[in-house]
Ligand binder design. Sequence first.
Ligand code: SF4
Ligand code: SF4
Length: 340
Amino acid sequence: MAEVTLGTTGITVNKNGFGALPIQRIGREEAAYLLKKAYNNGITFFDTARMYTDSEEKIGYAFKGMREKVYIATKTPAVTAEDFWKDLETSLKMLDTDYIDIFQFHNPSFCPVPGDGTGLFEAMEEARKQGKIRFIGITNHRLSAAEEAISSGYYDTLQFPFCYLASPKDLEIVRKCREKEMGFIAMKALSGGLINNSRAAAAYMGQFDHVLPIWGIQREKELDEFLSYVKTPPVMDDKIRQLIEKDKKELSGNFCRGCGYCMPCPQDIEINNCARMSLLLRRSPSKLQLTAEVQAKMKKIEDCIHCGQCARRCPYGLDTPALLEANYKDYQEVLNGKEI
Ligand code: SF4
Ligand code: SF4
C-alpha cells in the first residue's frame, strides 16, 4: 500500500482519497455503503464541500461513532468572515463532528491572507484556535491564486487540478508544494472524465510521492477499481507511458475540462458537457451522447447570446462560445452520419 503525508500536517493516508462530490447524486444508504466500504478497504481521506448539497451529511451519517478513524476535508465558498462562521458551523453539524481535519477556502478568486481586509484568514486562525479545524487549506483552479497560496506560507494544503495532461506550469506548482512542504491534494486526476484509463492516471500519480489524488466516486464499480489500486498500486511502465503520450497529443491545448466554473449560463446551456461533446463522443460510448435528451441540450447552444460571461469565468482562458459552436457543428455532423 502506498501512503502519502500531506506536507507538515502529519496526516498520512493511503494514496487514494475519496472525492465525495458525486455521492450527492445517490441515496443516503447507498452513499454510506460506498463510504464504509472505502474505509474498510484502506481509504481514510474523504474530501467534500459545503457546496456539494448533502454530501457532508452523508459522510457524517456513514462515519457516526468512528470519527477519529477517518480524515475529513471540507470547503467553504465564503467571501466574508460572517459567512465563513455560518458555513463552518453548518459543516460541523452536517458532518456530525466537532472538528474538521482540513478546512479549505473553495476556489476563491483571490488568495486570502492575514490583513487583506476580508477577515477570512483571521477567521480560519480563530477556528483553529477554537479546535474546530485542525489545518488550513485552499482549493483553486487558477495558477495565480495557487502560486500566491504557496508563496504566502500560510497554508497547510493546496488542492489543485492535476493529471497526466498537466502543463509545465502545473508541474511547477506541484514541485513548489514539495519544496515548501505543503500538502498537495490532486483534484480532477481524470480530467473531468476525459481520461478514461484510471490505471494510467494512478500510475502517473505514483511518480509524485507527496501528491494525494482524490477520486470522485459514485458507483461501486468505480470504487472497486480504486480499491484495487489501494491493494496493488499501479506502476508506470512503457505501455502506460505510450498511452499517456497518445492522450497528451489528442487532448493538448484548448479543451474543456468540464469543471463548470463558467456556469450558470443565462440561456441555461449546459456548458460543462456541451463544450466538450466532441471529446465525449469519441472517448466514451457515443450512444450515451446521442439520446434525445442530450440532443435537446446541444440544441440550446443555438440560444447563446454571446454575452461572454462563460469565457470570462473559465479558469483555462477558453473562448467558450466558440468552443460550443465548434462542438455543436461536429455533433450535428455526427447525427447526420459522420463517422467517429
Ligand atoms: S456566451 Fe453564450 S454560453 Fe456563454 S454564458 Fe453567455 S449565453 Fe451562455
Ligand atoms: S469552458 Fe472552461 S470553465 Fe467551462 S466547463 Fe469548460 S473548462 Fe470549465
